[in-house]
Structure formats: structure tokens, C-alpha cells
Design a protein around this ligand. Sequence first.
Ligand code: MN
Length: 200
Amino acid sequence: GFKLPELNFSYDALEPSIDARTMEIHHSKHHNGYTNNLNNAIQGTSLDSSTIESILVDLDMDNKGLRNNAGGYYNHKLFWEVISPVDNENISNTMLDLINKSFGSFDSFKDQFSKAAATQFGSGWAWLCVKDGKLEVCSTPNQDNPLMPGVTCEATPILGLDVWEHAYYLKYQNRRPDYINSFFNVINWNEVERRYAEAK
Ligand code: MN
């Protein structure tokens, strides 16, 4: 079965951008719930020794339980890996060049990504993805993600932002744009670049 991944930092390491209480509940309750429900959904089926990526790529989108919990497991695992304590990770010139080439400038990328995150109605995720070697921004509802078949942006996600209220409500209440802006303080660009190289 799948295990709840351990974080590479303490719950309070991302203060003040993401508060400790939110991190603790998000990881130990929400992500733990998706992990347990995923394990229950695949137990005794042919999927119980599959990788999470292969479960998502070959997903039956009508299987709502598996869709929500496999998505929830994968999305949060990615999320914890692409954030890190403030000032710990700086963006490389390689990654910056790539973003400039794809979006015109870093600010333009930030605007597009922030808009995707802010305008995702209700619960969902904003993504930076690789498709045909190029970078793209998109969003998906609920726990869907770009690896799933038939979603609006089928691609390989390399950065994701959780915009479910459980990800920000304790600190930011209804101010989702402030949470999105703070997220840019804690992006682990080394990990995003590693994922880009792997996806390409
Ligand atoms: Mn979440």
C-alpha cells in the first residue's frame, strides 16, 4: 500500500507564508485521509502493486472514489515536494530562461499561474506542466490532475498549488489571492527544475 510521505521540513518551517497549524492538519489529516482511502480502494485489486503515476494515467474517470483519492494522494505528495522553507531554494538561470521563453517574463508567468489558481471555481489545483517539451499553466477541479485521461490539460505537472479552502482558510480566510501570492515565497525551484528535466 501507499504510505503518507514524510515532509522534508517541520510544520512551522514555511511560516509566515503557510502557517504551522494548516500544514499539520493538511498533512496529518487531509493527506492521510486520501492515503488511507486510496489503499482501501485498491486493496485486493490488480492495482495494489501499481505506481501512483500508472494508476492515474490509466484511470477510469467514472470510478469517482479512486479518482478522488488517487488524485488526492498524488497531488499532495507533489505539493510537499515543490515547497520548501523561505530562501532555501533559488531559481536557477536555466529555469528562469525556460520561463522567460515560455511566458515572456517571470512576472507574466506569475500572473498566469496566479490567475489560474484564483479563478479555479471552488476546490482544485493550479499547475505548471510540461507538454511536448514546453511549459503550460492550467487548473483542474477537485483532486483531478494533468496526468488523468481526458482532463482539459493532459500534460506532466511539475509544480502544483492546492487551492482547496483547507489549504489556506485558517490563516487567509476568504483571501485566496493573498495565499497564492505567499506561495511564491516558498516554491522549491530546484525540485521543479528536476521534474522538468525528468518530464522532458
Ligand atoms: Mn489539500
